[in-house]
Design a protein around this ligand. Structure first.
Ligand code: DLL
Length: 432
């Protein structure tokens, strides 16, 4: 890794300096939110804390939480903490129920986001010579705008294709010679399959892929890495509430995701007790921004689950790390009294080399009884004669791991729906 960074902090940043930045950022945020937003003022008053209450980072635990309900209540400009004429843009993501999450940005928010995102390209080892095919949605969604802003700030060449339109994707990939693909994990897989299908492997110059927006299994990642002949792929995190994509990125050591602790504080809390989990344990990501103007976040409950990775990263970067996002607490399926995360099912499937990376879970109810069906693609090149046997063994492994029975069906490679954006892995038909 180069010792001189343009966007990432250098090795001379000490932990103490980082904590100092966090404390002054936290003080600024509480003051700014208190002064600028009646909603925050009421929340802070109710919790008995004001702008002068923050004297150390430990005071974070005295602050009230913010959640998706606050975003819905404040629709369409929730948590707004600046006069409206300072808002230069909004973005939105589809909420799971009804109203969208709309978030506002000042020009400084956009500039900060741009700098954070430029770090991502730097950490992934790109140079200004790289050609970056951006295959995520533009528009209200943050993804396209974020990848684009960051790419231009970093100085690489942006190829702003957006998702979909596979014919054009392949044409630009080959003719312009993209070296970095930016997409969801699902879209990366789809591109890999298309490249293979059209026999374009020899003409593709891709070296890296920056992928995110949804959980992925190691098998899925290996699947597109191999097919595209990549040198490396890099998991990128982010959410609309926290600017958008670019909140953190895996480095070349691939031992977790560095997050920008000088832009936000990350707490990992037990979702039930809202107390910190033991170091290295899995809990909910709760974020507090340090510089965000239009819609600052104070202890915002993301519902995402991960753990902190203690210790120094072999890459030398001082910014701390968390593990990949393991899932969202709202993704949890309750099936016959057992709590199941889709990621647990993916983890079981990974033990079977005959199985591909793609799966889909369907839950049904009939006669008052729930049933679960898991469709699993056979791995390309494997013999279909083994399907019945494979289904049985996977069924037994799922039963053991989940303590619940599921029917397993092996389907053809490529049979399950492919997605340009986030894959839908669970079809819950029980309430219909
Ligand atoms: O998905 C922003 C994004 C776009 C990130 C492109 C990375 C790449 P939202 O639509 O607001 O924003 O969804 C945010 O997606 O809370 C996580 O549950 C999930 N998510 C995002 N990145 C990852 C990732 C964008 N790398 C929600 N791994 C978050 C797993 C992810 N889940």
């Amino acid at each position: 890794m180069p010792s001189h960074h343009r966007f990432l902090p250098g090795p001379d940043l000490s932990r103490d300096q980082l904590f100092d930045q966090q404390l002054s950022g936290l003080q600024w945020t509480v003051n700014h939110a208190y002064e600028g937003s009646p909603v925050y003022r009421a929340k802070l008053d109710a919790a008995g804390v004001g702008p002068d209450s923050i004297t150390s980072l430990d005071d974070l635990s005295r602050l009230p939480f913010t959640s998706v309900e606050d975003l819905r209540d404040g629709y369409p400009l929730p948590l707004l903490s600046v006069p409206e004429d300072q808002v230069v843009r909004i973005h939105a993501s589809s909420g799971t129920t009804g109203k969208r999450k709309v978030l506002a940005y000042t020009q400084k928010d956009i500039d900060d986001w741009k700098d954070m995102f430029a770090r991502c390209y730097e950490l992934a080892g790109l140079t200004t010579e790289d050609r970056v095919q951006i295959c995520v949605g533009y528009g209200l969604w943050t993804a396209g705008a974020g990848f684009q802003l960051g790419c231009e700030r970093f100085g690489a060449m942006a190829l702003p294709l957006g998702p979909g339109n596979l014919e054009m994707q392949l044409q630009i990939l080959v003719d312009v010679g993209a070296t970095c693909l930016c997409s969801t994990a699902s879209m990366a897989l789809l591109m890999a399959e298309e490249v293979e299908k059209h026999g374009l492997m020899d003409r593709v110059k891709l070296k890296r892929c920056i992928f995110g927006a949804e959980t992925h299994s190691a098998a899925m990642r290996a699947n597109f890495e191999e097919r595209l002949g990549l040198e490396g792929s890099f998991d990128i995190t982010g959410l609309t509430e926290l600017y958008g994509p670019g909140a953190g990125l895996e480095c070349e050591a691939h031992e977790g995701i560095h997050y920008w602790a000088d832009y936000y504080i990350l707490e990992i809390l037990d979702p039930e007790t809202l107390q910190p989990v033991a170091e290295g344990e899995v809990g909910e990501m709760v974020v507090t921004t340090l510089r965000k103007e239009a819609a600052p976040l104070i202890r915002y409950r993301t519902r995402d689950l991960t753990r902190l990775i203690p210790g120094q990263c072999p890459c030398g970067q001082v910014l701390p790390r968390h593990d990949k996002i393991l899932g969202r607490s709202d993704d949890m399926i309750i099936y016959r009294g057992v709590n199941i995360y889709p990621g647990q099912i993916a983890a079981v499937l990974e033990q079977f080399p005959e199985a591909g990376s793609e799966y889909q879970i369907t839950l049904r109810r009939s006669g008052g009884k729930d049933s679960m069906q898991v469709k699993v693609e056979r791995k390309l090149g494997q013999n279909a004669d083994n399907d019945e046997n494979l289904a049985k063994t996977i069924g037994a492994a799922l039963h053991k791991a989940l303590m619940a029975r599921a029917g397993v069906e092996i389907v053809e490679p490529g049979e399950l729906p492919r997605s340009f954006a986030k894959s839908k892995r669970v079809l819950d038909e029980r309430d219909e």
